[in-house]
Design a protein around this ligand. Structure first.
Ligand SMILES: Nc1ncnc2c1ncn2[C@@H]1O[C@H](COP(=O)(O)OP(=O)(O)OP(=O)(O)O)[C@@H](O)[C@H]1O
Length: 239
């Protein structure tokens, strides 16, 4: 008797041969990448490699020149951002992820208002108890770590099925990084996550699979455990 063929779960996010340009300047070249329904993939690469451009194109802030983006088998390549959000897309951008002049509470309330599928703000506070002590404080006065917690908290209020995280620990004191990482580990158990992260150890720890970009191309990919030991890795990340 022959072996039964393995059953593969379809990937939740499927990016195929994606090319993106700013005007005449092409920045991404034929990127192919996938993320499972429950699990994280990391996107690494030195400054300017194209990581943020990739996330912005998946969100719909930038338009693909060619290639396709599918989410849960829906082709979203030409959909406006709000339709992608309705299909379950969440995004924590690298910058301007919170309203500086609004308090922590107001930031969370605005996010809850914008999302139809409300989950209580209390859930965010249970996740990040530090925010509970800062509810009346303008977000602009938070520490780097607290701002990231608020940004992630705002994103999870909509219970995204796919969450894109652009440098969730940038500017965060090392003592707080593990606290954020712990929450992300919980989230990854039931969410598709794409994480762009400079903190190599953290990225390889959280992700099942890793893509390394260099000048807009995927030049190395594989299971995080294999990429970690690839001799090309440090060279590709060197400034
Ligand atoms: N609005 C823009 N107009 C023109 N070129 C841009 C624009 N934004 C980014 N670029 C260029 O696109 C390339 C990729 O930038 P991107 O921000 O995607 O890289 P990155 O890998 O996210 O870098 P970093 O780690 O520094 O955030 C860079 O060469 C950058 O200068």
């Amino acid at each position: 008797m022959s072996e039964p063929s393995p059953v593969f779960e379809p990937q939740f996010l499927q990016v195929r041969e994606l090319s993106v340009a700013y005007g005449r300047s092409q920045v991404l070249f034929d990127i192919t990448l996938a993320a499972p329904r429950h699990g994280a993939v990391a996107v690494l690469g030195r400054n300017g490699a194209g990581k943020t451009t990739l996330l912005k194109t998946i969100v719909g802030e930038l338009t693909a020149r060619s290639g396709t983006i599918a989410m849960d088998l829906h082709d979203i390549t030409r959909l406006p951002t709000e339709r992608r959000v309705r299909l379950g897309l969440g995004y924590v951008p690298q910058e301007h992820a919170v309203f500086d002049r609004l308090t922590v509470r107001e930031n969370l309330e605005v996010a809850a208002l914008l999302n139809r599928d409300l989950s209580p703000i209390d859930q965010v506070l249970a996740w990040f108890p530090k925010l509970g002590q800062r509810l009346g404080q303008p977000a602009g006065t938070l520490s780097g770590g607290e701002r990231k917690m608020l940004a992630i908290g705002r994103a999870i209020l909509s219970r995204p099925k796919l969450l894109l995280l652009d440098e969730p620990t940038e500017g965060v004191w090392s003592g707080v990084i593990e606290e954020i990482a712990e929450r992300l580990r919980e989230l990854i158990k039931n969410t598709a996550v794409v994480i762009v992260e400079q903190h190599l150890e953290l990225a390889l720890n959280l992700a099942d699979y890793t893509y390394v970009l260099d000048r807009g191309r995927v030049v190395l990919e594989g299971r995080a455990s294999a990429v970690r030991h690839d001799p090309k890795l440090l060279h590709l990340l060197a400034p």
